[in-house]
Ligand binder design. Structure first.
Ligand code: ATP
Ligand code: MG
Length: 754
């Protein structure tokens, strides 16, 4: 290829500062630059340049990003630039990289070939077991707190011994004991958790030179996106792979660090040169994504953070529209405004649904939005795959697959022993596990080898039938392609007959299982292209573990609905950030410590900087939290955004309120642009609202009967198919014409007979 021709190409697509980063020679470099300045673009172009201009083997390049979605987009871009399909370069998350290494060389660090990967529910049950074994009550040692401490230890690469050595004080010593016990249980189940993946990969590299040599060969040119979110273990992995003077290109933005809660250390990027002495540090200042107004608004906000290097972003895209702020009366009003706004943008023909995103702080916030999207029939994609893979029936089937792979996976084994029910009750299960523990043999070995004399004949028969079922499926697993295996599994375990298509809940379960089958099908097709020799079942289970962790489950195109955490690196024509309220954003977890509030501010900054042209922010004066209305205070972050960039609208329903003046001034304190008056007399707003809601609700329950038609303010019309209990807390099951089946509590339902 003629060098000059391509160089001209580069200059056509990149600015001079970007070109320098792309054609950087050997040794480490850091590109430290603001949102939308083209950092990710530098990575994709550098990969292409290395291959095309320097003649580097694409198999010796590795690019690491934070989400599977970002990785998929990066891979596509590079494939396009190079015209190389499939690209032999590793492009994926840290966890995927580690997992690939561990599947290949895990035995060197004591793993069985078929090790299982635990999800967070599995982890909780192991920790509970560890607590019980240590005789510690869950009340004083909450499992989630224990897990967080264990995870933090692993992210700092401390094994139980090292953790114990530095454990200071009573509580820390208890944590150390639980940690040790937890690792023991993991080993017994031949499983690893997410944090182990990175830690074990680091050990693999540190302790086995021959393996390290082989792994480094595939990462001679290492590129890391979103470097600000790396934790200690990930930095260690990068250092092991690249070495001090290695060919590492890291890009990141200290203003977008949002994973402190997962152990990320901003220091990694702020003190990059300590880890990689002599590194070239570059800045990019031109933003290509957003209008000047969006840059000014988000820049003004983030300027309130102290722990940053500081930078200035500019664009030649022009000022653009002001950032619109909507002050809603409650989350239903907020959702209605958001969806109306998006509909308006679509009607004017400016944006397609896929160009728009609604970002929220917590998963729970999406419910009201989903209801409204359904009501207005706006297709949406809920990004955040946890939902799908956390569904009970999906977890059951995954547990079956895991047991087929590795029958010593006792967490999964416990899950499926009596699922679907087959007469292996709680007592039998407990007896089985106790028996196995006493004879210190794996439960599975007991099941297949033992006479089971310790059990009643009925229980023994049920257990034997289960063991037989699993062994015959294991045989099938060796012969059948994955989708056929799944079909067989659903058939022979009795899942097929378990559900009744006429029951809407069951129907949803059937649909989920079908979706899972399609996922297996898709996965099989994608794999058979280039990885014929791979163990497909293991690869599929690995895939499920990885996508279930944080990421995407995308089925159709529509408005993207997601949390701020999963939005990093993405961009959309129009973006709404909802719920700018104290307690939500900043989240109540963060109130107090400056570092925590700064992280929340960065989170909002990440959200705002996803927008290309239109940015909308909304806040509610009251919000239903766990079914009860709560008064909300406007987020202090809203006051930190330069007022000249904002255009504020207040919900009409707040003006029509008979005591709107006092209400408005109470909540309007510190607002701008909306003409809010000062004054603090409205403190009773909450009480009044609560009273009016109760009045509304008291009326709502009257005259409802089973089989009758009902009307809900947001879900529309439907048929009431069941009533359980009575009074305030009666449960109504309603099949709504558009929104499908919902269970509602009388007290909060606001249902009216039609
Ligand atoms: P973030 O910090 O949000 O991850 P980033 O710095 O990675 O942002 P990119 O996503 O790489 O930024 O780029 C932002 C947008 O600007 C993308 O649409 C990208 O294609 C475009 N862009 C970047 N550089 C240029 C350029 N030199 N010419 C034209 N468009 C560019
Ligand atoms: Mg990026």
């Amino acid at each position: 290829m003629a060098g000059t021709a391509s160089f001209v190409e580069l200059e056509k697509h990149l600015n001079p500062a970007q070109v320098e980063a792309v054609v950087h020679g050997e040794g480490p470099q850091l590109v430290l630059a603001g949102a939308g300045s083209g950092k990710t673009r530098v990575i994709t172009w550098r990969i292409a340049w290395l291959v095309q201009e320097r003649g580097i083997d694409p198999g010796s390049i590795a690019a690491v990003t934070f989400t599977n979605k970002a990785a998929a987009e990066m891979r596509e871009r590079v494939e396009e630039l190079l015209g190389l399909y499939p690209l032999p370069t590793f492009v994926g998350t840290f966890h995927r990289w580690a997992l690939v290494a561990l599947r290949r060389y895990g035995e060197r660090v004591g793993l069985r070939r078929d090790f299982a990967i635990l999800d967070s529910d599995d982890q909780v049950s192991l920790v509970k077991e560890a607590l019980a074994a240590e005789g510690l009550p869950e009340k004083s040692y909450p499992p989630r707190t224990m897990l967080a401490a264990i995870s933090a230890a692993k992210n700092r690469l401390l094994d139980p011994g090292a953790y114990e050595a530095e454990a200071d004080g009573f509580f820390a010593r208890k944590v150390a004991a639980v940690y040790r016990r937890y690792q023991g249980l993991l080993q017994r189940a031949s499983g690893i958790d997410f944090d182990d993946m990175i830690a074990l990969a680091v050990r693999l590299l540190a302790e086995h030179d021959d393996v390290a040599e082989r792994l480094r060969r595939r990462a001679r040119w290492l590129l890391v996106d979103e470097f600000q979110d790396t934790n200690h273990a990930q930095l260690a992995l990068i250092r092991q792979l690249a070495g001090e003077g290695g060919n590492l290109t890291a890009v990141g933005d200290e203003d977008q660090g949002i994973y402190r809660w997962r152990g990320a250390e901003l220091e990694n990027i702020l003190r990059f040169e300590d880890s990689f002495p002599g590194a070239t540090v570059r800045k990019l200042e031109r933003n290509y994504r957003s209008t000047q107004t969006i840059l000014d608004a988000s820049g003004g906000l983030i300027a309130h953070n102290q722990g940053r290097r500081g930078k200035h972003l500019w664009t030649d895209r022009g000022a653009g529209a002001p950032v619109e702020v909507y002050k809603a009366s409650d989350e239903v009003d907020e959702a209605r405004w958001i969806v109306n706004t998006l509909q308006g943008l679509r009607r004017e023909g400016d944006y397609k649904l896929a160009d728009m995103a609604v970002l929220v702080r917590t998963n729970a916030q999406t419910r009201a939005l989903e209801d409204e999207m359904l009501r207005q029939q706006v297709p949406y994609v809920l990004v955040g795959g946890t939902r799908f893979y956390q569904r009970a029936e999906i977890k059951d089937v995954v547990a079956y697959l895991r047991v087929l792979r590795n029958p010593r996976d006792e967490i999964s084994l416990r899950r499926i022993l009596n699922q679907p029910p087959r007469g292996i009750g709680r007592t039998t299960q407990e007896a089985l596990f106790t028996e196995a523990a006493e004879r210190s043999m794996p439960v599975w070995d007991l099941l297949v080898n033992d006479e089971l004399a310790a059990f009643s004949p009925r229980a023994a028969r049920a257990l034997r039938a289960f063991a037989h079922l699993v062994t015959s499926l294991q045989e099938a697993a060796d012969e059948l392609p994955l989708p056929a295996l799944l079909e067989r599994l659903l058939e022979s375990t009795g899942y097929r007959g378990l559900y009744n298509e006429d029951d809407p809940d069951d129907l949803a379960r059937i649909e989920n299982l079908r979706e899972f089958l399609s996922a297996a099908q898709e996965f099989t097709e994608a794999r058979s292209v280039n990885a014929a020799d791979e163990d497909l079942l293991t690869a599929f289970l690995d895939h499920v573990s990885l996508v279930a962790d944080l990421d995407t489950w995308e089925s159709e195109r529509g408005v993207s609905l997601m949390t701020l955490h999963s939005a990093k690196g993405l961009e959309f024509g129009a973006v709404v950030v909802g719920g700018l309220e104290e307690g939500l954003l900043p989240h109540f977890n963060a109130q107090g410590a400056r570092e925590d509030v700064e992280e929340e501010r960065r989170l909002l900054y990440v959200g705002m900087t996803r927008a290309e042209e239109r940015l909308f922010l909304s806040t509610c004066r009251r919000r239903r939290i766990a079914g009860r209305y709560q008064d909300q205070l406007e987020s202090s972050f809203l006051r930190e955004i330069p007022p000249e960039t904002l255009e504020v609208t207040t919900s009409p329903s707040l003006f029509t309120d008979p005591r709107a003046d006092s209400v408005y001034s109470f909540f309007g304190k510190g607002t701008r642009g909306g003409g809010a008056g000062e004054g603090g007399a409205g403190a009773t707003f909450g009480e009044r609202v609560a009273a009016s809601i109760e009045a509304e609700e008291a009326g709502g329950g009257a005259g409802l009967r089973r089989g009758g038609r009902v009307q809900h303010p947001t879900l529309g019309e439907g048929t009431l198919i069941a009533i359980e209990g009575d009074g305030d807390y009666a449960k109504y099951t309603v099949v709504f014409d558009r929104a499908g089946k919902r269970k509602l509590i009388a007290r909060y339902a606001s249902l009216d007979p039609v």
